[in-house]
Design a protein around this ligand. Structure first.
Ligand SMILES: O=C(O)/C=C/C(=O)CC(=O)CC(=O)O
Ligand code: CA
Ligand code: MG
Length: 403
């Protein structure tokens, strides 16, 4: 039971406690933890000796804290829970609470490397059918390894950063032309934030996932389908996905998701030993995609074919190391039903079947001025949900063409 006004029973109660970085006026960015519709200034809390993390909470990004590792993450979480539930601390802590409305949330961590997977069987099958109608939708490797590619860390931006429509080459019957993308899309995903690095040559086994991964964010991997369709063979996505990837401002710790683990779909054929995770668990996260105020889709994360532990094991199995701040995203989350798809490519079946928004507006792909908000919840203790916040972006017109 927390003493913080309005926080008891909220999706952001003491069972959640996501971390973020905020600015207030022109003061430098500092770390906070969300409680209800308030934020506890952890920079001030550590300065006052209320919580101790060796100074890691007095940084302008979460990276030093992420590097500490699970025993320290748990100790800090227990201490914050104690501060927010023991009325004896109220007098000291309450002055360090700030209304969220008074702060600006900024990028919570410095992204090391960014990897994007392709782990939803429904999404991969749909995209295969749309992009390659004459071929088998899933290539022979798909059920043997989590397919992924290395993305662009430098263009990962926090929610509410405007998304500039990308320009590039697209194919026409008369050959390629250059211009602003005409098929700009979203990809609703979940991102995993690496805290503890691994050493080169030392793969992270599936059962060490929780030693390395601190928590999760929501991801919108903006994608230009016209650029993608022309450029992606044989090396995969390049400029079609490198211009902006938005993440939610709150990093929800795995500790807050203890009630959300569910059996992941059975894998057939059986996977190679290094990918065998026992128990084979996914997270029951329920996403919602809102397009200009209309909810158009509800992607279910629980059905993802490859788990986050398998993805990390695969990402490092060749000896590649991970660093603090590395981000790897699940891949677009789509369920079996059209109303559960995580991209507008699927929702409108390649643009052939427009979707109706409120006020009689119809859409296939994104137009300038459109806003997409992806939010999510997870089951928490005692029937309370865990809020995962939201990732939002508004499309602004393409910049000037190159000279
Ligand atoms: O050509 C394909 O099959 C890939 C299409 C994608 O857009 C996949 C992607 O970005 C990974 C994902 O988010 O699932
Ligand atoms: Ca993606
Ligand atoms: Mg991207």
């Amino acid at each position: 039971m927390t003493w913080v006004p309005g926080a008891q029973g909220s999706p952001y109660g003491v069972h959640n406690l996501p971390y973020g970085v905020f600015r207030q006026g022109d003061r430098p960015a500092r770390i906070g933890v969300r409680i209800g519709d308030l934020l506890l200034d952890l920079d001030a809390a550590e300065a006052a000796g209320l919580v101790l993390a060796g100074g890691a909470l007095r940084a302008p990004t979460l990276n030093p804290f992420l590097a500490l590792g699970r025993p320290q993450w748990s100790a800090v979480r227990s201490r914050i829970t104690h501060l927010l539930t023991d009325a004896g601390h109220r007098a000291a802590v309450e002055p360090l609470l700030l209304p969220l409305a008074e702060v600006e949330l900024v990028m919570p961590f410095e992204v090391g490397d960014y990897v994007d997977f392709y782990s939803s069987e429904h999404h991969a099958t749909n995209v295969g059918r749309i992009f390659r109608p004459d071929d088998e939708p899933l290539l022979p490797n798909w059920r043997h390894l989590p397919i992924g590619y290395h993305g662009r860390a430098g263009t990962v931006v926090v929610s509410d950063t405007p998304v500039i429509r990308p320009s590039g080459q697209r194919a026409t019957p008369d050959g390629p032309v250059f211009g602003p993308s005409t098929r700009l899309d979203i990809e609703a995903e979940v991102g995993f934030v690496v805290g503890v690095p691994s050493a080169p040559g030392a793969p992270v086994p599936v059962d060490r996932f929780a030693d390395h991964v601190f928590g999760i964010v929501l991801v919108n991997d903006w994608s230009a389908r016209d650029l993608q369709a022309w450029e992606y063979r044989p090396l995969g996505p390049f400029l079609a996905k490198s211009f902006a990837t938005s993440v939610s401002p709150w990093v929800v710790p795995l500790d807050a998701l203890a009630d959300a683990w569910v059996p992941a779909p059975e894998q057939n054929p059986p996977v190679l030993p290094y990918l065998r995770d026992v128990p084979h668990l996914g997270l029951d996260l329920r996403l919602e995609v809102d397009w200009n105020g209309t909810v158009v889709s509800r992607p279910p994360f629980a059905g993802m074919y490859w788990t986050a532990a398998q993805q990390l094991a695969h990402l490092t199995v060749n000896g590649a190391s991970v660093r603090t701040g590395d981000l790897y995203a699940s891949g677009t989350i789509s369920g079996p039903d059209r109303s559960e798809t995580g991209s507008f490519l699927e929702l409108t079946w390649g643009g052939a079947e427009p979707v109706g928004l409120d006020a009689g507006v119809k859409r296939t792909f994104l137009e300038d001025g459109d806003t997409v908000t992806i939010s999510a919840t997870a089951p928490g203790p005692d029937g309370i949900t865990v809020g995962l916040g939201e990732v939002r972006g508004t499309i602004v017109p393409a910049g000037a063409p190159p000279r």
